[in-house]
Design a protein around this ligand. Structure first.
Ligand SMILES: [Zn+2]
Ligand SMILES: [Zn+2]
Length: 234
């Protein structure tokens, strides 16, 4: 009886919520009567990263056997990279829009998508976003990785800081990217990092130079392990 009543209440509150805050498919814009992020058709078409390097999540062609990629053969400072999506439309379009406009609805949707497609048993002590330089933070108004971290995991440990401004990685080649981010980060509070398991958050990973340098600094400060989580892998 009681459980009938509580399920009635749960159904009613869901109806009220969807009346007050109607939800539309992120991809095709269709109204979702049951709420949620995507309609089933669009969800099926998401560019999932299905076959990849077990260490850095670099995408492999379908059917390639599991093996570490060339860049991972000599080891990596992070323990692994989790990247549920490929950097392809529509995910790449959403990420660009999210970065360059303060679309909070989109930010919330992407965070939910990230959380939903990460392993449910993920364990960590700190959620650390890749920091933006002060100039870029001022220009953009927000750090997209920090927003993702807070919305997806409900916590934010901003213990990494940029020690110098660097040109955007997207304008550089692989070797230049590595040089560009060298000594660009430091840990604000080493005592908080010591012996902790860090989940390092960024929106996209391309060569991995940035997250690798962040991981190096975190490990040097005593982090027990660093797992990287990004929305999409290029
Ligand atoms: Zn749809
Ligand atoms: Zn790899």
């Amino acid at each position: 009886m009681r459980s009938d009543f509580s399920s009635f209440l749960a159904g009613l509150s869901k109806k009220i919520l969807s009346f007050l805050f109607p939800e539309y498919c992120l991809s095709c814009g269709r109204y979702l009567s049951e709420g949620g992020l995507l309609c089933p058709e669009c969800e099926r078409e998401l560019p999932l990263n299905r076959n990849f390097c077990p260490l850095c999540a670099r995408p492999y062609p379908e059917g390639a056997p599991p093996h570490p990629c060339g860049d991972c053969l000599s080891g990596r400072p992070f323990s692994r990279v989790l990247a549920p999506f490929l950097y392809e439309p529509p995910v790449s379009d959403w990420i660009k829009r999210f970065k360059f406009s303060e679309d909070f609805t989109l930010a919330r949707a992407l965070s939910r998508l990230l959380r939903r497609y990460l392993p449910p048993d993920l364990s960590f002590d700190l959620v650390v976003p890749v920091p933006l330089g002060r100039k870029r933070l001022f220009k953009r108004g927000f750090n997209q990785s920090a927003l993702l971290a807070r919305l997806a995991f409900g916590r934010l440990d901003e213990i990494l800081v940029r020690t110098r401004e660097t040109p955007p990685q997207s304008e550089l080649s692989g070797a230049e990217r590595r040089r560009n981010v060298r000594r660009a980060f430091s840990v604000r509070d080493e005592a908080r990092v010591f012996a902790r398991r860090v989940l390092l958050i960024d929106d996209v990973m391309t060569t991995g130079a940035t997250v690798e340098e962040c991981t190096r600094v975190l490990r040097a400060a005593g982090a027990r392990e660093v797992t990287v989580a990004v929305l999409a892998r290029a």
